[in-house]
Design a protein. Structure first.
Length: 118
C-alpha cells in the first residue's frame, strides 16, 4: 500500500486542519464534509486537465464543467455548488499536490486566517 488515498476524507481534513489551515475559509471543513462528492468530482476534473498537459487552469471553469456534465447526465437533477467553494477547492488541490503549485491562480480570501493575521 502506498499511503493514504487523496480520496480519504481523514487525509484531506488533516491537510486542511494542519499547518496549511490559514489558506482556507473557516467554514470550508464543514462544507467539505457535507459535499465530499463535489470535492471528488472536482479533483477528477482537475486531474484530467493536468494529465492533458495543461499547467494553469481555472477552478471556476471546472465547476462549470461539473454543472454541465451533471445536467447532461440527469436532466431532472441540478448540480448545485456555491461558487465560493471553488477557491478553497483549488487551494486544497495544490496542498495535496505540491508539485502542482500554481496550477490554479488564487488570492488571499478576506475571511481566511491568513487575511485576519495581516
Amino acid at each position: 500500500m502506498s499511503g493514504p488515498s487523496i480520496f480519504d476524507i481523514g487525509f484531506v481534513l488533516n491537510a486542511i486542519n494542519g499547518q496549511k489551515r490559514y489558506l482556507f475559509t473557516p467554514a470550508f471543513t464543514d462544507w467539505l464534509i457535507e459535499n465530499w462528492h463535489v470535492w471528488q468530482a472536482f479533483k477528477r476534473q482537475a486531474d484530467r486537465v493536468w494529465n492533458a498537459g495543461r499547467r494553469h487552469y481555472s477552478a471556476r471553469t471546472i465547476i462549470e464543467v461539473m454543472r454541465h456534465e451533471s445536467l447532461i447526465a440527469d436532466s431532472d437533477a441540478e448540480f448545485k455548488i456555491n461558487n465560493k467553494a471553488a477557491p478553497d477547492m483549488a487551494r486544497l488541490y495544490m496542498v495535496i499536490y505540491p508539485d502542482r503549485h500554481g496550477f490554479f491562480e488564487v488570492r488571499t480570501q478576506d475571511s481566511s486566517e491568513r487575511a485576519k493575521a495581516a
